[in-house]
Design a protein around this ligand. Structure first.
Ligand code: MV4
Length: 460
């Protein structure tokens, strides 16, 4: 904590630019970093100065803690914003910044580490009095004999999920439908977790099918204030990548919202959480909610929260990091002004989801009432093949969900991207889908949608 006059933005692309926009609004200078293929990229042009950090593969550039800290020192930056992805949830990066006398614009290394262990996170939620999905309290000891694991699994009940302790975001998850599948799923999950996270520990959780994925954004300052926000509905995911997010959730009324917000804030207070974070819940059809995990970063979908509350979350991340007190009206943060929807526009084939990097020969962004576009892209920009495929985020806001949908459909129609394939046609199909329009969403939405889509393609 301390003076923040120059921020090193340890990221690229859409979020690199988004963070620099907040810095500009606050009158804070910006420093960009770039890899070989990003020389001259939008986030570099947007920054006041820029430094090369290595070759294009992330492991040799955007994931290099030593180079980030070195650039911050050389540039005279006093703070670092990690964006999302890359080093955003790396406790060693947060600690390296602190050790170098730099303000890390995010939670403490201790909070990142605690929530990075999904079993420690479940224990923190339980201490906070927040319900968790039934499952094991601790990692499964890897010497535990099969019959003892089976006895634990029986108590939790099937179907269940084997999850990586160091995982999160659905990475390294395995479904187990019955006892006969247990030992092979455990072996597979352990080996996958070992290679993906360098830690093979796993735990068990009852698998809730047909529930919704609803999350609560929050901000915590260094004076003990935690402010939760209106929920986001994030059930529409493909391979654990969100496709469409919205706020609020159509099934959450004021009472449930206050209870979920209070539960999320209690978890954050229990661990002394500061800066921006998000608590993920599963919400079942009886209105019961269960803690899943906490994301200790700014999330891709933060704009839907910004549009329904009028709060600039990135600006608040910086203000919190420099020691300010959150003086937001807590009631306003829980009272949605209308409805917002975000479509992630990816450089992907809309049917096969194969990556589609390359040059944007045409790039016309939509505008008009209730439309926001967060992107780094422009005509002639080349999407490099080395990073995630997000070209931009299209966010629509209206007085209610119907108006937000209408504005999103209008904006998707007038978003023209040529030269690569994008998920715009997929979004247009989803927005026309009767189940989507009815708002009856669940984590099974995408499977059902794909089935309806294939059936429709057959009769053609
Ligand atoms: C679950 C779950 C059901 N039961 N855990 C996926 C992302 C990660 N943050 C948590 N995720 C889930 N965890 C239990 N015990 C359902 C999801 C989930 C999901 C699963 C399959 C297909 C789409 C999904 C969308 C959101 C959440």
């Amino acid at each position: 904590m301390g003076h923040v006059t120059k921020i090193l933005v340890a990221n690229r692309g859409e979020i690199g630019v988004r963070v620099m926009r907040a810095c500009r609004d606050l009158g804070i200078a910006t420093v960009a970093v770039y890899s070989d293929c990003d020389r001259g990229a939008p986030h570099v042009r947007y920054a006041d100065e820029a430094f090369h950090v290595g070759p294009s593969p992330p492991a040799e550039s955007y994931l290099r803690i030593d180079r980030m800290v070195d650039v911050a020192r050389r540039a005279g930056a006093d703070a670092v914003h990690p964006g999302y992805g890359f080093l955003a949830e790396n406790e060693h990066f947060a600690a390296a910044c602190r050790d170098a006398g730099l303000t890390f614009i995010g939670p403490s290394p201790e909070a990142i580490a605690l929530m990075g262990s999904k079993t420690a996170a479940r224990q923190a939620a339980t201490r906070a009095g927040t319900p968790v999905v039934p499952g094991t309290e601790s990692p499964l000891p890897d010497t535990l004999p099969d019959h003892e694991v089976a006895a634990i699994a029986d108590r939790i009940g099937y179907p269940l999920l084997v999850k990586a302790v160091a995982g999160g975001g659905g990475k390294g998850m395995r479904t187990v439908n019955g006892a006969e599948e247990l030992s092979s799923a455990l072996r597979a999950a352990r080996s996958e977790a070992g290679s993906a996270f360098g830690e093979s520990a796993v735990y068990l959780e009852r698998k809730l099918t047909g529930a919704r994925h609803v999350e609560i954004q929050l901000l915590g300052d260094h004076h003990g204030t935690v402010v939760p926000f209106v929920e986001r509905e994030c059930s529409i995911q493909r391979r654990h990548q969100k496709v469409i997010e919205e706020a609020p959730s159509v099934v959450v009324n004021g009472d449930l919202r206050r209870r979920m917000a209070a539960a999320a804030a209690a978890v954050a207070r229990t661990v002394g959480y500061t800066n921006a974070g998000t608590i993920e819940f599963l919400l079942d059809d009886r209105g019961e909610f269960y803690f899943l995990e906490m994301n200790t970063r700014l999330q891709v979908e933060h704009p839907v929260t910004e549009l329904v509350t009028g709060v600039d979350l990135v600006q608040w991340q910086v203000r919190i990091a420099r020691g300010e007190r959150i003086d937001l009206d807590a009631e306003r943060c829980l009272a949605p002004r209308g409805h917002a929807i975000e479509c992630r526009i990816n450089a992907e084939d809309p049917r096969t989801f194969a990556p589609s990097p390359g040059r944007l020969t045409t790039f016309h962004v939509p505008g008009g009432p209730g439309v926001r576009v967060d992107t780094h892209a422009y005509e002639d920009y080349v999407i490099p093949p080395h990073y995630d495929s997000l070209v931009g985020k299209l966010i629509a806001h209206g007085r209610d969900r119907a108006e937000a949908i209408a504005r999103m459909e209008r904006a998707l129609e007038f978003f023209v991207i040529e030269g690569i394939r994008t998920t715009i046609p997929l979004h247009r199909e989803i927005l026309r889908d009767p189940v989507y329009r009815s708002g009856r969403l669940s984590t099974r939405f995408m499977e059902g949608f794909q089935a309806r889509r294939e059936k429709a393609a057959e009769v053609e």
